[in-house]
Design a protein around this ligand. Sequence first.
Ligand code: GRG
Length: 318
Amino acid sequence: MVEQELKPFSDSIKELVSTDQPILSMAAKHFFEKRHGKRFRPTIIQLMAKAVTAAVPETIRQAQLGQIVEMIHVASLIHDDVLDEADTRRGGEAVHKLYSNKVAVLAGDYLLARASVLLARLENTAVVQIMATALESLVAGEIMQLKAPAESLLEMESYLRKSYYKTASLICYACRSTALLGGHAYGSTVATACEEFGYHLGLAYQIQDDILDFTAAASVLGKPALADMDLGLSTAPILYAAEEFPHLKPMIMRRFKNKGDKQKALEALYSSDIAMDKAKALANFHAQRAVDALLRLPQTESRDALVRLTHTVVTRKK
Ligand code: GRG
């Protein structure tokens, strides 16, 4: 439904991130050329733009917002792979492996800088404020992940808060901004429904991502599998397994640092009949809440496409 809008998307982003520094240009363009990913966020923004814009659609600024959000997303992926020392992304080498850590850090910074200029050009102060807050949230989520006190690693609430900051915030703020650019007031029913949709969709997306980390192969994911435990992270499946097998709790608190921890935790998870199902149910719960929020918008083809997109978020295999 938004194929026409997304077709020129990559070409136009490539132009927007051109710089006279060839290495920076190449690194910044890497994820907008062959390795463009699923373009999940721009797709949501385009569909949302159509769903909230009245009779004569003016969706140019929302299309630009889609580009800005994808640039922020890609910058965060490039930086994340440096922090996590991940070798692969989107089925190919991570930017820091192709070039160097320094180039990857600067390429991410450059994308963020370009995104900020484009955001300012939208000339909507409320949207600038909202999207600046989204950036702040992304960094807060990453710091939370890095510096979490041992006790909090056991808490489902901390896991969900971190998931909100590192994944859902960008989507939910982008959805509210789309409504604002479509002419709706900040506190309007439409803007609030859009943000609520993005919040729950983003959480469902991250929970499904965390499930796939255990259940999918790296070759399918295009990035390392079983990566979270290597990074000392406990996500929904492991937290539910620990409710059933309390001997996992000290391992979670020490971030699986001792020899054999990861193996024992995996064995417990795979021997559980309910841990993975509970994680799945949590993802489905948030997907349903996302759909509930959508149903507060007037019925349109685009709104119904977003309902179907929500379904694919929790059934996706990569
Ligand atoms: C530089 C903005 C900025 C932030 C720095 C590193 C960092 C702080 C934040 C990392 C946030 C992060 C990478 C969260 C993970 C979000 C996520 C679910 C990524 C995968 O998204 P997909 O599946 O990937 O949409 P594709 O490749 O399809 O776009």
